[in-house]
Design a protein around this ligand. Structure first.
Ligand code: PLP
Length: 352
């Protein structure tokens, strides 16, 4: 198991990409944003001479989750929320549940806050035991479903982590990849200290627009908002928020999530039987364990396939590869390449 350096914690799937490679490294839905959303963005660009008005988008997000607008924090991507938490809170003991997205840890460390890690284990299927979180943690951060394990924790296990005096951050950047969002806490107003973090990046293909939001008590939202600059979310991002929270858009996201379920099954079925699939995948990517993973990844890359390295995630190793779910033909092509690389291929000298 590795203990990634700070530099490695900054590594994300986009760094595993290069022009010409088939992208299984970044978990943004292929073929996005859809044409109607491009139109929304273009129109918003045309209306961008003035400063943005966040009111309508905030109201739209609040309505979509049956919340009060005061409980909605609009952000320049989910990633901004982690920086705001680090600025606004003074945690004595923050616990980060890993392996997981590393930006929360980086944001807390950069602000000088003490950070401890709770490493979930492969032998437990990377499932969370709520009892394993230290009682004195006043800030707990975890993802659901979790990047990179693709594991979906039961909502009840997350709710069991809430305590008076504790902020519980659930990163739901991938929640809309799960049909019906059965374990989402986005609509829960009864869980003390809960902050749910959401993103438009993955399902709508808006990584470059930087758009997301967080849902929590009005007090917590106000405390975080106090650390934002004026006009933190651009006019195109606000237009996307309003457009992606309509009933029609949410139905489209739900259909995409259902299609993804079939595509994930096709990928798992195509993989060689001796490849270990970690945990029980429920999101738009799967975590694989392959012997000699670093060389396998390099050789796949040489053959035109980009996968996400695993060793920059606390708790994983170079033998872990995260692979995005794509259409069945692409998944079958990848599975065949993986099988060949692992059985017959000798790694060329020049890429060793
Ligand atoms: C689990 C998780 N949360 C948040 C983010 C960041 O999302 P955004 O693009 O909205 O900042 C990512 C991006 O990879 C992620 O994997």
């Amino acid at each position: 198991m590795t203990d990634p350096s700070r530099h490695e914690l900054r590594h994300h799937g986009d760094a595993d990409l290069a022009p010409g490679l088939i992208d299984l490294a970044v978990n943004v839905r292929a073929g996005t944003p859809p044409p109607w959303l491009r139109t929304v963005l273009h129109e918003a660009l045309d209306a961008s001479a003035g400063y943005p008005d966040a009111g309508p988008a905030r109201a739209a997000v609040a309505a979509a989750h049956s919340r009060d607008p005061a409980e909605v924090l609009l952000t320049a991507g989910a990633a901004e929320t982690f920086v705001l938490l680090a600025r606004a809170l003074r945690p004595r003991r923050s616990v980060l549940v890993h392996p997981s997205f590393t930006e929360p840890e980086l944001a807390l460390r950069s602000a000088g806050h003490p950070v401890s890690r709770l490493l979930l284990r492969a032998e437990d299927g990377y499932r969370l035991d709520p009892m394993a979180v230290p009682e004195d943690a006043d800030l707990v951060v975890l993802g659901n479903p979790t990047n990179p394990t693709s594991v979906l924790h039961p909502a009840a296990d997350l709710v069991a982590l809430a305590r008076p005096g504790r902020v519980l951050v659930v990163d739901e950047a991938f929640a809309d990849t799960v049909p019906g969002e059965p374990e989402s806490l986005a609509g829960r107003r009864d869980v003390p200290g809960l902050l749910v973090v959401r993103s438009l990046t993955k399902t709508w293909g808006l990584a470059g627009i930087r758009v997301g939001y967080a849902l929590g008590s009005a007090d917590l939202v106000a405390a975080l908002a106090a650390h934002q600059p004026h006009w933190p979310v651009s006019t195109p991002a606000l237009a996307a928020l309003t457009a992606c929270t309509t009933p029609a858009a949410r139905a489209e996201a739900e259909a995409a999530a259902r299609e993804l379920t079939g595509r994930r099954a096709a990928l798992l079925e195509a993989l060689p039987g001796w490849v270990v699939v970690e945990g029980r995948p429920r999101s738009s990517f799967v975590l694989l364990l392959v012997p000699d993973g670093a060389r396998v990844r390099q050789t796949l890359r040489h053959r035109g396939w980009a996968v996400r390295r695993g060793d920059t995630f606390p708790g994983l190793t170079a033998d872990h590869l995260r692979v995005a779910v794509r259409d069945p033909a692409t998944s079958r092509g990848f599975a065949a390449a993986l099988a060949e690389v692992m059985t017959t291929h000798r790694i060329p000298e020049e890429i060793r």
